[in-house]
Design a protein around this ligand. Structure first.
Ligand code: ADP
Ligand code: MG
Length: 341
């Protein structure tokens, strides 16, 4: 479920005459562009439209550059060119690609492989299953699974090189790239002088300082019994990131079983849990990858991992027996209705 929603004071007046001098009041600006197959939004507060446009252009330019480097749909992307060299010697990577792979690898280690960017050969089979509604054949799946395993990807931070040890290995950064892109766009906005902004790519959202006269950015979170498009539970966040992963949007139903687009690397199967996980973390990259990892792990191990990493999370089990599981400090987040047990 995409957890996106906010309200902020919409300042129409640019000048306030409450004091003896005229003081500029920041106005709200909103921009949208499509990248990485998703709609990205930038909402920001500043006093002039020219600055708002310059800053949002810089933010979207970062996202576009990352899309070009990290996409697994574009055969010309840097990521895909790296995959073409799987089985060969180490390959020099750009700073963007290296940092994103490094963060992906860190999440693989922490989640004991529940998050794994080398999952691509298996994800491809499930993408085809979504189109054909036919399960991948056991033998094909076994071959693809043999290529999966983050331990066969060597990252050399000094040389900035990446080596995929097995020929045929492929990478998929779909579980982390949008959060990474939101972080990088936010950094570009800050460089352009914008300190009060929201950057969202579908269910991955990063926010900086609160809108004028607000405690934070109001963001809707999943409710197991609610309408996904009309959230009834909200968090009010500042200088944080929030991401949601689950089976709500992309899945395939075959033989009465619903398989998510997120795959369990241990089994090679689309995760069948009817659930979504919402993570609040200090950065978008962590929130995005952790939401994917915790969804794969299920509520018990998932919540334990979120706590170990020092983030907050809510595992929402949908379906006939709706239930929520929260990390210890979830209820302390401002603006939330406490999780039901
Ligand atoms: P969304 O893209 O819907 O916001 P996620 O952030 O959870 O959701 O990312 C899902 C994508 O991550 C999948 O479409 C696939 O490209 C990739 N993926 C699937 N399973 C895994 C996994 N176990 N580890 C890492 N990435 C995965
Ligand atoms: Mg994710």
């Amino acid at each position: 479920m995409a957890a996106a929603g906010w309200v902020g004071a919409i300042s129409l007046a640019i000048l306030s005459s409450s004091g003896p001098e005229l003081r500029p009041i920041p106005a709200r600006f909103e921009f949208r562009q499509t990248h990485m197959g998703s709609e990205f939004k930038i909402v920001l507060y500043t006093t002039g439209e020219a600055q708002a446009r310059l800053a949002s252009d810089a933010g979207f330019a970062r996202i576009a550059a990352l899309d070009k480097a990290l996409s697994d749909y574009d055969p010309e992307s840097e990521l895909m060119r790296l995959c073409d060299k799987a089985g060969g010697p180490p390959v020099k990577a750009s700073d963007d690609l290296f940092r994103c792979l490094d963060q992906a690898q860190a999440m693989s280690v922490r989640s004991d492989g529940a998050f794994d960017a080398t999952i691509a050969p298996v994800v491809r089979l499930w993408r085809r299953a979504r189109r054909t509604r036919v399960l991948p054949e056991a033998e094909t799946l076994a071959k693809a699974r043999a290529l999966v395993g983050y331990r066969a990807m060597d990252l050399d931070p000094k040389a900035r090189t990446v080596r995929l040890r097995k020929p045929g290995m492929k990478l998929d950064l779909g579980g982390i790239a949008k959060g990474f892109a939101c972080d990088e766009a936010m950094a570009a906005l800050k460089k352009a002088g914008i300190t009060c902004a929201l950057v969202a790519g579908a269910g991955d959202i990063v926010v900086s300082d609160p809108p004028p006269d607000e405690r934070g950015w109001r963001i809707g979170v999943a409710d197991p019994e609610g309408d996904p498009d009309r959230p009834t539970r909200f968090l009010v966040l500042k200088n944080k990131a929030i991401s949601t992963s689950g089976d709500a949007e992309r899945f395939v139903e075959i033989g009465g079983t619903r398989y998510s687009h997120i795959v369990d690397p241990r089994t090679g199967l689309g995760v069948v849990a009817r659930a979504s996980v919402t993570i609040v973390a200090s950065d978008g990259t962590t929130a995005d990858a952790l939401a994917t990892a915790a969804y794969v792990l299920g509520h018990e191990r998932g919540i334990a991992l979120i706590e170990k990493i020092g983030a907050s999370g809510l595992y929402v089990q949908a379906g006939p027996k709706p239930k929520t599981y929260a990390t210890r400090h979830w209820a302390d987040l401002p603006g939330e209705i406490p999780a039901r047990k």
